[in-house]
Design a binder for this molecule. Sequence first.
Ligand code: ADP
Ligand code: MG
Length: 722
Amino acid sequence: MSTARKKIALSLGKEVPPVEEYKAQPGQAIYGSLVFNDAAQKQFLSKDVYKKLRATTLKGEPLDPSIADQVAQGMKEWALAHGASHYTHWFIPMTGLTAEKHDTFLEPTNEGGAIAEFDGKTLVKGEPDASSFPSGGTRATFEARGYTAWDPTSPAFIQEEVNGATLTIPTAFVSYTGEALDHKVPLLRSIEALSTQAIRLLRVFGNKTAKRVFTTMGPEQEYFLIDRKYYELRPDLIAGGRSLFGAAPYRGQELEDHYFGAIRERILAYMMDLDRELWRLGIPCKTRHNEVAPAQFEMAPIFEKSSVAADHNMIVMELLRRIALRHDLVCLLHEKPFAGINGSGKHNNWSMATDEGENLLEPGKTPHANAQFLAFLVATISAVDKYAELLRIGISGPGNDHRLGANEAPPAIMSVFLGEQLQDIVDQLEKGGASGSKSGGTMELGVSVLPPLPKDATDRNRTSPFAFTGNKFEFRAVGSTAPIYWPNTILNTIVAESIDRIATELEKGGDLNKTLAAVLQKEIKEHKRVLFNGNGYSKEWHEEAQKRGLPNLKTTVDSLKAMPKKEYKALFEKYKVLTEREYDSREEIMWERYVKILNIEANATVDIARNQILPAVLAYQAKLAHTITSTAAVVKVSQKGQTALLENVAKGGNDLFESIEILDGLIDKANEGSSLHQVAASFKDSVVPAMNKVREVADWLETMVDDELWPLPKYREMLFQY
Ligand code: ADP
Ligand code: MG
């Protein structure tokens, strides 16, 4: 082991001192304490203002502008009571991370003092300099103006720092011309679009009272934790969150002993800290467990309205990283931080619910007779089939390219899993009507002391990218780093279109049951090719999917190429989710990100291989050569083995050198491409294979070279340190 690595290995395991606070303040006492929630609003706002604000936050009614000043005043008082000195408009630019600029409440007075000021105007509108955020050509650099607009549907909260606190106001980020420069505006618009169409459909089924439909979302978040000291010795992890080198450890995940295993103390201390911070922020995190890969974990919240859940997931990702540092850990959110073991995803549980609390994907006990449920179900199925490419685009990115279809995540082919019961009903509907539902019954466990468990009517299928799981769909192909605004914007919009189509037919009148049977039959006939209940990881499915004509866009580049289709732009324009310019700008940004990320990874590969790995190989080579010659000078003994070893190492060193030079040349060549698309294609087709070649040689050398000389922490160290 190298000196640096040895020092780390011997210093591991120092625990953060235990915090006893939880005994004095249990979870229920701190829950939501940092949120300008219902209780805080009641305390800091007049009754009238409180009621008006609530109508906006809960029912989505337009905000009454006359109350902005009073809300601002109340929010300020509340924030000051929490020790806040600053406020910030918090938004989600298309960098995929959150952004904030802090301003203090303090305004100097003529008397040389200062008072805390915060008015309605400041609450409602902010004006950050927008010129350095990606806009995908929507805005020329000289048009630097961008506005942040308060989103009253997502509650304001306090961010506590070590020595201060900041009032944080979730906002939408738009350009001077009102175009969306962020991920949030399109999501809010897509919810609006779906709501309008869903209400039409509900009216057909006799629901006269629901005013709005919301999409709901519960994102399960996977992540890795490694010791911070190892991280500091891995420039690849620092640069891009993914290890570019590392031989497979002799122990990986084959023993299957990590999944749901007892959680180690150090990790549990971290998780406890995380849970409590999230509870303070009113983020309903519910579940924590060890995941499949060593050093991999998961947290899952209780579902919320999509726009709030999406904001909350951004905070979750931020806190996962931040709290890790307090524990001398680093949280890796990348989709594939380590080759050869599972990567991380984000299961996007999704449904639709009315403002009266009815889940529209709840089948009830006799789904065949639940006409309304069947209409929403079939609408979703049709949408996934018709716009499979768009859904694929929504989850694309260089990180997810390592994961999709790699026997740990669903393939890039979009398909829908329904399970036995619903599949049976859909089959009946295809024939013209459904008359019965297979029931789950109970499972006898054969142990008399245990009560019988009610059995679900459907089993699970973890190989499906889009699976029905009882009363919601689980979109399982989303990457772990993804802000979930974009995939959900797409999902909501495509489902809105299907609902629109079905509602239009049903609104024509006549016998509802008959028309519905005919409409659903037609939809199913047209779109049943997307239904697949088998093993999505299997080779047979790839062949079968191809026969069915389902798209299989394997990489980011493939999926982005499908993006400019006219019908896709028309869809987003029709439902007022994205204008053509906004849509095009998103495409542009996705190409740019792809190229930039690969450029960073490729350059890091060259640097690490050339400046760290090659010198270690040469040092070992010299050591061997010296050993052989100095031995020969003293004794006459066969050194066949030593010579063969030297030969191998020297040859490996030479291969490494050559592969680095080739990669270096190809990076330059790729960057000379005449268009962004061409640059991206060169990265995918020539740079990525050249990076893989460098890695292959380097990883082999890792297994040959003296452990003492190896500069990079090894997989076996980073993944099994607790
Ligand atoms: P399962 O065991 O079927 O995965 P869980 O209850 O563990 O179900 O839920 C997994 C995730 O799905 C959780 O985040 C949960 O809040 C979320 N979820 C449950 N119901 C809904 C719903 N109606 N809409 C969106 N997400 C939901
Ligand atoms: Mg999971």
